[in-house]
Design a binder for this molecule. Structure first.
Ligand code: NDP
Length: 345
């Protein structure tokens, strides 16, 4: 299948910027569907990359919440990368700020793909949040690890709404995929993404958490919470591999490793010593119940997530996409270097 032009949503963001860079450097023409075309600060880094890239970059305007918004940009494209969705844990109204953009956005973007008549492949950025909800799910479901066969069954509008938004959006994408036969759907399910940022305007939790951690927010300790970790450049690479490999199918969990956030801080501490006010000790669970609000954690979240290790199986991404993972040590160091160089801490 020949692909020349790709419409990218969320290309101004943390992950999306690396995806756009890889596409341009590999000779694809990119139609960047930006939320606000006149806000150049969101994509000027991409215009610079495009000057040296082999492909051309065109800026279009579209909003996840506006029906039909992506129709024009998708016309004539052979592929769509749907990356846009709010990744924030700092919200007031989860329906408006998380669920609507995720779900309505997916409908709008995939409808545009169908209406184009030309789009043959859609790569969707889902998340491991659509694979599992709470860390305790692994134990409750009698699992040794989470794989692409599993779905988040425990998140809701009230409990872990971000994860719920990703689950609803991915399910909707598969439903829409099954109702047509024009385009193929490939899904990327990254775990927590780390590594250097190309954009200075992203409000992604990936960047906020690193700022908080290096800035000393957790210097008195951290609850034991487990995550998978993956480098942002590997996430972008996985999107490109999914686009290019004709035999790629289905969902792909991305994780170099699973470990606790405290162990992750330890990796940074090993390289940088006391340069940052990193957390060094674990806050016991009984205390997290009392002070969890300081970290924005509700009781149910604490109960079902603190002190429960998780395991994610990312073998499919290596086997079928051919992805080679960057070590977390390297990703973390590159992120620290980029953030210090740009005075972001
Ligand atoms: P960012 O916040 O950096 O990127 C979000 C992108 O979505 C931005 O380009 C943003 O545009 C766009 N967007 C948000 N709302 C709208 C809207 N209403 N209309 C049009 N565009 C909109 O986050 P990330 O790069 O971290 O996340 C990108 C994707 O990856 C999301 O789908 C997220 O769920 C997923 N993901 C992220 C992980 C992580 O650890 N970072 C892990 C797993 C999945 P604008 O620049 O205008 O704000």
């Amino acid at each position: 299948m020949e692909i020349n032009t790709v419409m990218v949503t969320g290309g101004t963001g943390y992950i999306g910027s690396w995806v756009v860079k890889d596409l341009l450097e590999n000779g694809y023409n990119v139609r960047l569907a930006a939320r606000n075309k006149s806000n150049k600060s969101k994509f000027e880094h991409l215009l610079k990359i495009a000057e040296a890239g082999r492909g051309a970059l065109d800026i279009w305007e579209a909003d996840l919440l506006k029906e039909g918004s992506f129709d024009e940009a998708a016309k004539g494209c052979e592929a769509v990368m749907h990356i846009a969705s709010p990744f924030t844990l700092r919200f007031k109204d989860p329906q408006k700020e998380l669920i609507d953009p995720a779900l309505k956005g997916t409908r709008n973007v995939l409808n545009a793909a169908t209406k184009s008549g030309t789009v043959k492949k859609v790569v969707l950025t889902s998340s491991v949040a659509a694979v599992h909800g709470d860390a305790i799910d692994m134990q409750e479901q009698g699992l040794e690890e989470f794989t692409e066969d599993h779905w988040n069954q425990t998140s809701s509008l009230k409990h872990q709404p971000y994860s719920y938004s990703k689950t609803l959006a991915e399910k909707e994408a598969w439903k829409m995929h099954d109702a047509q036969d024009q385009w193929k759907l490939l899904v990327i399910n990254p775990s927590f993404v780390i590594g250097p940022s190309l954009t200075k305007t992203s409000d992604s939790e990936s960047i906020n958490l690193m700022k908080d951690m290096l800035g000393g927010k957790y210097k008195t300790g951290m609850p034991e919470l487990w995550f998978g970790f993956v480098d942002v450049r590997d996430v972008a690479k996985a999107h490109l591999l999914a686009l290019e490999k004709d035999y790629a199918e289905g969902r792909h969990i991305l994780a170099e490793r699973t470990m606790s956030m405290l162990d992750y801080a330890g990796i940074i501490g090993e390289k940088y010593g006391d340069e940052f006010k990193l957390p060094k000790s674990k806050i016991p669970k009984w205390m997290v119940y009392m002070i969890g609000w300081m970290f924005g954690m509700k009781r149910t979240f604490v109960k079902r997530n603190v002190d429960y290790p998780i395991r994610l199986n990312s073998e499919k991404s290596k086997r079928e996409l051919g992805l080679n993972y960057t070590s977390i040590e390297e990703s973390a160091a590159d992120m620290v270097e980029q953030m210090t160089a740009q005075n972001l801490i």
